[in-house]
Design a protein around this ligand. Structure first.
Ligand SMILES: [Fe+2]
Ligand SMILES: [Fe+2]
Length: 403
């Protein structure tokens, strides 16, 4: 073989090897919501070769090319993760705090030797001004085929989204590291740009072909989330307030009664104008043969008593948006009800067959969806789109008068 061709092949091999072994391609950078999004954002990433002094740099996002001169160094914490094949990877987490409200910041992760690109995010405002956010149902399957277009369509619709919540089953088999790699490939730089609000699904408990009582150890290394929920459910049960809205994430898999008591306290103490809850498993099923009453028994009375405005769910691999409900029935007249939505963003689809008649106002199946929620002081607008950008459903929700 010609010497030039050989050296070209060698260079190509080194480049490919470099991108597989390490480098920002599989760093899985996740910007994550914090308990104080006016002043703090969190970030996680991971590498295959250990970084001795992992750092995050953060600085106001100024137009000048030397914007990075005043960047502040934050030392990240390292967690060693043992993969199912016994190999080690290194996960890092850091909290960017002391930030100013309603301000754009640039940040990057890495070390003095190797950095990611600069990502830009904006902190929450300190007043109850309007904003919007993105919601996706289960990604889970088709992570490299179907999920990317759902995430990108959502981003195209709402590039200014304050955060992106995904209602559980982020991957199908969480012990397989490749599935997480695929998820982060699907989210790409969008996951580093829009703060994530991940919700834990039942598949987080599907380990080595069995359903276990404890969730995958791959959850915490990939995200840095508030730890203000039950101490026994760190980073899977949490809440934050964002410009007049209280957003609560429940872990629908375990300790339901304990979380119901906790939720009642959190909602009782909140002065937010809007209450939104996300939990993976729906209270009202859209799919054939999946009616379960556990979550209804635990949470329905709390949702009703506090007039929670909206519940974002997944699990049934289909789409359904209920009428405003109270105790499972459509509300009458000017009575306040709770709107529940089930959705799916991945390729796995279940046969549509709502378990209870008269609950869903609109349903859909065999399609992927994304949703934009506009939060304003006087109204909340839930817009549901199919992945091609067509508006499938829209509902305006009025605030509770008892709050
Ligand atoms: Fe699922
Ligand atoms: Fe599920």
């Amino acid at each position: 073989m010609h010497r030039t061709s050989l050296s070209n092949i060698l260079i190509l091999f080194i480049l490919i090897l470099g991108s597989v072994i390490a480098g920002p391609e599989d760093w899985r950078i996740a910007l994550c919501i914090s308990e104080d999004p006016q002043h703090q954002m969190n970030v996680s990433w991971r590498t295959q070769r250990q970084i001795d002094t992992p750092l995050v740099q953060v600085t106001p996002n100024l137009p000048q090319v030397n914007f990075d001169k005043q960047a502040v160094d934050i030392t990240a914490q390292t967690e060693v993760v043992v993969r199912s094949d016994g190999s080690l990877v290194y996960a890092y987490s850091a909290k960017m705090n002391g930030l100013n409200p309603s301000t754009a910041y640039a940040y990057r992760v890495g070390s003095k030797d190797e950095w990611s690109e600069w990502f830009v995010f904006e902190t929450a405002n300190n007043t109850e001004t309007s904003f919007r956010f993105l919601y996706l149902g289960d990604p889970q399957n088709g992570l490299l085929t179907h999920v990317p277009r759902a995430i990108r369509a959502g981003y195209k619709e709402a590039p200014d989204a304050a955060f992106l919540t995904m209602a559980g089953d982020l991957v199908s088999v969480p012990g397989i590291d490749k599935q997480w790699e695929d998820l982060f490939h699907a989210g790409s730089w969008i996951f580093g740009t829009i703060p994530l609000v991940p919700v834990m699904g039942n598949h987080a408990y599907f380990i080595d072909g069995k359903w276990l009582d404890e969730h995958s150890t791959y959850w915490q290394p990939h995200f840095t989330l508030p730890k203000n929920g039950l101490a026994t459910l760190p980073e899977t049960n949490y809440y934050f307030q964002y410009q007049g809205m209280l957003f609560v994430v429940l872990n629908g898999n375990e300790q339901l009664d304990e979380q119901a008591i906790w939720l009642d306290e959190v909602l009782s103490q909140s002065e937010a104008g809007w209450f939104i809850v996300s939990m993976h498993q729906p209270l009202y099923s859209t799919a054939k043969g999946r009616e379960g009453t556990k979550r209804r028994d635990a949470f329905l009375s709390v949702f009703d008593n506090h007039e929670v405005d909206l519940i974002l769910q997944g699990h049934d691999h289909s789409f359904g948006r209920t009428y405003p409900l109270r105790n499972g029935k459509q509300v009458k007249g000017r009575q306040k009800g709770t709107v529940y939505i089930n959705s799916v963003s991945g390729s796995k689809q279940y046969l549509l067959e709502p378990a209870i008649d008269g609950v869903f106002e609109v349903t859909g199946s065999e399609q992927q969806f994304y949703h934009v929620i506009d939060v304003q002081p006087s109204k909340l607008k839930l817009s549901s789109f199919t992945v091609d950008g067509e508006l499938k459903d829209q509902i305006i929700i009025k605030p509770s008068r008892n709050r």
